[in-house]
Write a protein that binds this ligand. Structure first.
Ligand code: FE2
Length: 294
């Protein structure tokens, strides 16, 4: 019998993360763990009955839908449709199972299978090696990147959407299927996490954030984000099971999926429990649902 091994990053990996703003770790999640999460996501979608008010996840940040589901999804688990899921008559263009953009945003605390995947001791060890003192799981996104209609995610910095003082958010992105240029893998320009935070996404009632019915962008810097056609852009083509840790200031994006293959991924955004998380952040937990430690 072999002793259990606690995963700790090498000095080279830690340097790589700080120099590039991201770190790619192949074979982080087992094939079995990926298969189980995909199966569970498919079950959640199969059981999902869209209400009258359909939540569409619009990936262009300027047009992000800020409806009630979105603002309360920090403590619940919702299915959000692809922007191109519906035709002009309001009917789904393809089966419901092939029309959901993502499941979010609290399934790591509401669903056993997601809980098991997210609260993996190896992930806590990585978070601490990357500089977190008290890593806490804040936001889950199961992203389907559906065949043919999988929407783009425009260039953004995660700290725009999940701000702490001091800045601490790290995105842990897991490929559950092979991610390629064809099916919409992640892209980034190494080192651009050293640029400023460009925008903050806030609830629109700064006097009483809990009473907000929408969101606003605060412009912090007009330094342009890297363009998707930048010659320095790197396609993060990875195999299923790979985990990519993304610094909260690293601009990153993914292109639409026009291929016949889906590109399922799970992303868990973590913040440091020692940092302040302002009440104007769009995503909030009720007082009886505190963030759990990794
Ligand atoms: Fe992101």
């Amino acid at each position: 019998m072999s002793a259990s091994v606690t995963l700790v990053l090498t000095a080279e990996q830690i340097d790589q993360y700080h120099s590039d703003g991201f770190l790619v770790m192949a074979d982080f999640a087992s094939a079995d763990a990926c298969d189980r999460l995909r199966a569970r996501a498919n079950e959640i979608v199969a059981a999902w009955e869209p209400g009258e008010e359909r939540s569409v996840f619009t990936t262009n940040e300027q047009e992000r839908v800020s409806n009630g589901e979105f603002l309360t999804s920090g403590s619940s688990t919702w299915c959000f449709f692809e922007e191109e899921a519906f035709d002009d008559t309001g009917s789904l263009r393809q089966a419901k199972e092939l029309s959901i953009n993502k499941i979010g945003h609290a399934q790591h605390d509401t669903d056993d299978e997601f809980r098991q995947f997210a609260y993996n001791p190896d992930l806590g060890a990585v978070a601490r090696d990357l500089g977190m003192t008290d890593p806490r799981a804040l936001q889950s996104m199961y992203i389907f990147k559906q065949p043919r209609i999988g929407g783009e995610v425009s260039v953004h910095q995660d700290a725009t959407f999940l701000w702490t003082d001091p800045l601490s958010v790290i995105g842990f992105w897991f490929a559950l299927e092979d991610a390629t240029i064809d099916n919409g893998c992640l892209w980034a320009v190494p080192g651009t996490h050293r640029g400023p935070l460009r925008q903050l996404f806030k609830r629109n009632r700064l006097d009483d954030p809990a009473a907000s019915d929408g969101t606003i962008f605060d412009e912090l810097s007009d330094e342009p984000l890297p363009a998707p056609d930048s010659p320095d852009a790197v396609a993060l083509e990875v195999k299923a099971g790979t985990m990519i840790a993304l610094h909260g200031l690293l601009p990153h994006w993914s292109n639409p999926n026009r291929s016949a293959l889906s590109r399922h991924a799970y992303s868990l955004h973590c913040i440091d429990g020692t940092a302040d998380y302002p009440a104007w952040n769009w995503l909030q937990r009720p007082a009886d649902m505190p963030l759990n430690a990794l």
